[in-house]
Design a protein around this ligand. Structure first.
Ligand SMILES: [Cu+2]
Length: 86
């Protein structure tokens, strides 16, 4: 890909199974906490399934950072990985 030098490296996608999210407020709290982390490009929350899908730069963010952002928001990470529900 030509252009922008800032965007080097590949983004990774991670899915977390999160316990305790029950309403739009929970969704926003998780999105804000995880999305505010460095290297995190995108956060998608599926309330019905209790899933949080995160697109991030593995050179700037780690699984541990993302998990602790969920915990900081007040929720519990049950499982995480590229495809934890498979
Ligand atoms: Cu809630």
């Amino acid at each position: 890909m030509p252009g922008c030098g800032e965007e080097k490296g590949e983004l990774k996608t991670l899915t977390l199974v999160v316990k305790g999210m029950s309403c739009g407020h929970c969704k926003m709290a998780v999105e804000k906490s995880v999305g505010g982390g460095k290297g995190v490009k995108r956060v998608e929350v599926d309330l019905e399934k209790g899933l949080v899908k995160v697109t991030y730069d593995p050179e700037r963010a780690s699984l541990t950072d993302i998990q602790s952002a969920v915990v900081d928001a007040g929720y519990e990470v049950q499982k995480s990985g590229e495809n934890p529900t498979a």
